[in-house]
Design a protein around this ligand. Structure first.
Ligand SMILES: Nc1ncnc2c1ncn2[C@@H]1O[C@H](COP(=O)(O)OP(=O)(O)OP(=O)(O)O)[C@@H](O)[C@H]1O
Ligand SMILES: [Mg+2]
Length: 231
């Protein structure tokens, strides 16, 4: 589905991504773990074309490095960045409708799916999205992205700053998404969630991947955890 090879990216003269290799298969949930500042968000931005990528990025077998982010969205990659960028003055329902992409019929995820899974969004569908809680806004941004019928969705730290119960709802949503046949590339800080829902994990060190394996492989590898995750 997604294959990234020897990806480099710069902010000015700072060489941030220094040869990232990663892959996400069909129906897979893959997480990227790592300490703050190692380049996890930049990896997603480079795939999306929001920072200029150098290296090979293939999606559904076709090269996408160099395309504009709207073109990448159009061919089926959804992206939910760190800052939940909802449109606060628009209603919940208007936000969801903004996710619909011309030429892509959302067959796997509908407005009804969103409302069934999150009745609170249905109740408040005519309210300004800006008054929703942080957790509700997070659900809304993910669901908005799903309205564009992505084949792969990249989500950056969806559970950050949310209460444990809300984190559980997000985890449930992610599983639900994967069950519909949508692949997920997740940047997640909470180890318990990442270990529970991921099929595969990467640990990122300074600008490149330093570990790849199953949650079981990861759990068995104290050295990786101590060297690259614990502070
Ligand atoms: N717009 C930018 N301009 C210059 N440097 C940046 C910019 N965005 C990020 N950086 C730097 O690039 C490095 C990687 O940032 P990135 O956002 O990818 O980190 P991260 O792994 O997502 O961690 P976190 O989300 O905790 O910040 C950091 O050193 C950061 O300071
Ligand atoms: Mg980040």
């Amino acid at each position: 589905m997604l294959e990234v090879r020897d990806l480099h990216a710069y902010y000015g003269k700072s060489h941030i991504l220094q040869g990232v290799d990663l892959a996400v298969g069909e129906r897979e949930i893959v997480s990227i773990l790592g300490r703050n500042g190692v380049g996890r968000s930049t990896t997603l931005k480079a795939i999306m074309g929001d920072v200029p990528p150098q290296g090979a990025i293939a999606f559904k077998g076709k090269p996408i490095a160099g395309l504009k982010s709207y073109q990448i969205a159009q061919i089926g990659i959804g992206y939910v960045p760190e800052n939940r960028d909802i449109f606060g003055t628009l209603t919940v329902e208007q936000n969801l409708l903004l996710g619909v992409k011309a030429g892509r019929n959302a067959t796997r995820w509908s407005m009804e799916d969103t409302y069934r899974l999150f009745p609170v969004l249905h109740e408040r569908r005519d309210a300004a999205a800006g008054v929703l809680s942080g957790g509700e806004q997070q659900m809304l941004t993910i669901c908005r992205s799903l309205m564009g019928d992505p084949d792969l969705i990249m989500i950056d730290e969806p559970t950050e700053g949310l209460a444990p119960q809300v984190v559980e709802r997000i985890a449930e949503l992610l599983r639900n998404i994967a069950e519909r046949g949508i692949s997920i590339l997740l940047v997640e800080q909470k180890l318990t969630i990442a270990l529970r829902i991921s099929h595969r994990l990467y640990v990122m060190g300074h600008g490149r991947m330093v570990f790849e394996g199953s949650p079981q492989d990861f759990t068995a590898n104290d050295a990786v955890r101590q060297t690259w995750l614990e502070v």
